[in-house]
Design a protein around this ligand. Structure first.
Ligand code: FPP
Length: 255
């Protein structure tokens, strides 16, 4: 089954008609663990950073694809809280990628009505990386199209611990009673408080784990794995993942 092609965001109704468009079970939020850059480079006898560069270029292609399929939020795991353990030269290189990416592509992203957001501790990023990201967020704040949500210096456990600490403070100060704590109390304090949970999570490169990525948010997310290394992950494979999602039955614990 091929997907309906939706060339421009917000045109869904115009192209398909209201009743047909409801049949298009497109995930609203797709999250991707972009894995395999190092192996992509190694296979070609190149330094690992060449894989990251190629991976960055693929971000552009997949953002375009997400826009094409009318996805509302695309969350990309660019750097985890654990990735600081890598050799400092590699970390330095990865930290420059958002700067390069935004220098090259921001005008095009603005034109495509993409809004840039982040999850993670951006205050602890190198100054120039943080500045480039802040500027891109500001420049795209009024865009109403795809949200490109970059997970950078992101760790799900840290995110949850921070939220729990805040709740404890609120309990200590008397703002909350312990009995009042619900799922929403924690959710409201996550980086993702303003966006829905991912519907579909894709991980490339054959690894079958979540690696501290959106552990709370992915409770009912459909998972999709591929052996393809991130730099080779194509428009066609992205479409295949969405196609498979369209066939899944989501029961959220019900029957
Ligand atoms: C994992 O592959 C990849 C990363 C830790 C970095 C991902 C970053 C990018 C693709 C660039 C992002 C840029 C923007 C602007 C969002 P790996 O190095 O662990 O690969 P390996 O498992 O083959 O060694």
């Amino acid at each position: 089954m091929r997907l309906f092609k939706l060339p421009f965001k917000n045109n869904k109704e115009d192209i398909l008609g209201e009743s047909e468009s409801r049949l298009v079970n497109i995930p609203k939020h797709i999250a991707i663990i972009m894995d395999g850059n190092g192996r992509w480079a190694k296979k070609r006898g190149l330094p690992r950073v060449a894989g990251h560069r190629e991976g960055m270029d693929n971000v552009k292609r997949i953002v375009k694809a997400a826009n094409h399929f009318n996805i509302e939020v695309l969350t990309l795991y660019a750097f985890s809280t654990e990735n600081w353990k890598r050799p400092s030269k590699e970390v330095e290189y990865i930290m420059k990628l958002p700067i390069d990416f935004l220098q090259h592509y921001l005008p095009e992203l603005v034109e495509e009505n993409v809004r840039i957001q982040t999850i993670g501790e951006i205050d602890n990023l190198p100054k120039n990386t943080k500045l480039a990201i802040m500027r891109a967020k500001e420049e795209t704040v009024n865009n109403s199209g795809l949200i490109l949500n970059i997970a950078i210096n992101y760790g799900s456990r840290f995110e949850m611990i921070q939220s729990v600490k805040e709740i404890c403070q609120d309990v200590q100060s008397g703002k909350y009673q312990i009995e009042d704590i619900t799922e929403s109390t924690l959710e409201e304090r996550l980086y993702t408080s303003h966006i829905d949970d991912p519907d579909l999570l894709i991980r490339t490169s054959g690894e079958l784990r979540l690696s501290n990525f959106m552990l709370w948010q992915a409770a009912y997310t459909e998972l999709w794995f591929t052996d393809t290394l991130w730099p080779d992950f194509s428009f066609e494979e992205f479409e295949k993942a969405i196609n498979d999602f369209q066939k899944r039955k989501r029961r959220y614990g019900g029957i």
